[in-house]
Write a protein that binds this ligand. Structure first.
Ligand SMILES: Cc1cc2nc3c(=O)[nH]c(=O)nc-3n(C[C@H](O)[C@H](O)[C@H](O)COP(=O)(O)OP(=O)(O)OC[C@H]3O[C@@H](n4cnc5c(N)ncnc54)[C@H](O)[C@@H]3O)c2cc1C
Length: 490
């Protein structure tokens, strides 16, 4: 490692890495706790805010006072792999009695999840104090099963409210500066970071606590391939904010012995139009038609259940297809849904043709294969009452894979198609933390002076608990900031 050049920088109580939901919540909370806080941010000032800046910031909440009914159950159902039953039993006992192995186990810690649910309402009320307004969302897209709230103005409003609160009270942000390594003293306490400033300048910052709120590793091609696999080549970032998240927060903590948590081999997948240049160009309309791969063949049940609960699994199947791409093929009758802007978020119009052969030509897929696939699918559709607003059980018969809902023939030209790939919204792998967001080492002990929040902390396995990622940053960022301020003052 190159020796860092110490520059004349004042001592800070709390050093926060990252300037998204997690970092800014941590910074403001620590400042409110009386700490002198410095934020390091890789991006320039006019692009600050990471992924948070680009998101609509849906929150899995019924109201400002309550998380959704299934909040804890969804995490519990996606707590890890096939967990050892005795460990699961022990996890329900008091934390103090947990053996070290349990404290380091890679699973969704029930106490962390319970704290998450409990602290969400006070966190939203705290944000209201900075002028953020929360509103209940209309049915977001086809058959939503859980309510959602969102800040008025989305994630950008959160970033602006928190950053201006922080700066108004004298908080300092060093932009164009990326943290690289943690500095520890002889007792193992984290006492600062080494960073790279503009023009590759090595910098060293000393502080009494460090909070990592610097996202996941979705912007690091090497880590993506190493952890998620070579098919990550076919992903595209859900927003340009992803490019700044290169995984150093996770890597630097693992390098000093932190325990990992969250599924390092997985990611939050959303079906995206690769032609679009905007943030979040998701295509949720595919349940109204069929999905075919580059060979013109169906490969997945397009309507297995509520779209917002199933799109991630379908998107992973799309990624597994040749070239990581598929096409949603519909006719215009099927495209007439109630909330078109909600189910098609791309600004690019679909491919359109009067014949399936003409559509296939535009998609560069074999026309005879597409015609045969649509004919077989149409034949398998059964009579029944179509219902857009709920699962209608209108399923195919005698075809594999079957389509379990909204199966209506594709028969009224013009035909349309949207290309769909998997976006990378966020990575699941991160750091193991306590309910106070303190990072735990591989022996089950807390690493003194080190915290992680947001995407940098790991919590997700199997299927992403939708609309909890921004909330995770806000809740655990605030808890980390409060705890760090208390401990440095104490
Ligand atoms: C289009 C889109 C829509 C989304 N919709 C939703 C939604 O509705 N609900 C939801 O919950 N989630 C949603 N997400 C996901 C969500 O936005 C993110 O998971 C969340 O904002 C992460 O917050 P964070 O603070 O952990 O990370 P970020 O907001 O990404 O912030 C990380 C910050 O750290 C900085 N950084 C990275 N590395 C370093 C370093 N080494 N040194 C210094 N700084 C560094 C980055 O520049 C960035 O500013 C969406 C994402 C996108 C892109």
């Amino acid at each position: 490692m190159t020796e860092s050049v110490s520059v004349s920088i004042p001592q800070w109580d709390v050093l926060v890495v990252g300037c998204g939901a997690a970092g800014l919540s941590a910074a403001v909370a620590a400042q409110q706790g009386g700490a002198r806080v410095l934020v390091l941010e890789r991006a320039p000032a006019d692009e600050r805010g990471g992924n948070t800046r680009h998101t609509g910031s849906w929150l899995r909440m019924k109201s400002v006072d309550e998380v959704s009914d299934d909040f804890i159950d969804h995490f519990a159902a996606n707590a890890g792999g096939f967990l050892d039953p005795s460990m699961v039993h022990m996890a329900s006992t008091s934390r103090e009695s947990w053996p070290p192995t349990l404290r380091t186990l890679s699973f969704a810690d029930p106490e962390v999840v319970a704290t998450f649910a409990e602290e969400a309402p006070p966190t939203l009320r705290w944000l209201q104090g900075f002028g953020v307004r929360f509103e209940k969302l209309e049915v977001p897209f086809l058959t939503s099963v859980q309510p959602r709230m969102a800040p008025h103005g989305g994630g950008f409003a959160l970033v602006e409210a928190l950053a201006s609160e922080f700066e108004k009270k004298g908080g300092v942000i060093h932009y164009n500066t990326a943290a690289q390594d943690l500095i520890q003293n002889e007792d193992g306490v984290v006492v600062g970071v080494r960073a790279t400033g503009p023009r590759n300048k090595p910098l060293e910052y000393r502080s009494r606590a460090v909070i990592l709120g610097c996202g996941g590793f979705e912007g690091n091609a090497e880590m993506m391939t190493r952890y998620i696999g070579p098919r990550s080549l076919y992903f595209r970032s859900m927003s340009k904010g992803c490019y700044y998240n290169k995984g150093e927060g996770i890597a630097m903590a693992l390098a000093i012995g932190a325990a990992p948590c969250g599924d390092f081999g997985s990611w939050h997948a959303s079906p995206m139009d690769p032609r679009s240049d905007r943030a979040g160009p998701s295509i949720y309309i595919y349940p109204q038609g069929i999905l075919v791969n580059q060979h013109g063949q169906r490969f997945v049940d397009e309507g297995p259940g509520p779209t917002d609960e199933t799109y991630e699994g379908v998107t992973r199947e799309i990624n597994a297809q040749p070239g990581g791409i598929a096409y949603a093929v519909l006719d215009t009758t099927l495209a007439k849904v109630k909330h078109p802007g909600s189910v098609v978020r791309s600004e690019v119009p679909p491919y359109q043709a009067d014949t399936l052969a003409g559509l296939a030509e535009q998609l560069k897929i074999p026309a005879d294969a597409l015609e045969a696939t649509v004919a077989a699918y149409n034949k398998s559709c059964q009579p029944g009452t179509y219902n857009e607003a709920d699962m209608d059980g209108l399923c195919t018969k005698g075809i594999a894979p079957r389509k379990s809902n909204w199966a209506r023939p594709i028969a009224k030209p013009p035909y349309i198609a949207y290309p769909i790939i998997s976006s990378i919204v966020l990575t699941f792998g991160g750091l193991r933390v306590t309910p106070q967001a303190r990072v735990v080492n591989q022996q089950g002990d807390e690493i003194p002076g080190l915290y992680a929040a947001g995407e940098t902390m790991g919590l997700y396995y199997r299927s992403y608990t939708g609309a909890t990622s921004v909330l995770k940053g806000l809740v655990f960022g605030r808890l980390a900031g409060m705890d760090a301020a208390r401990s440095v003052r104490g």
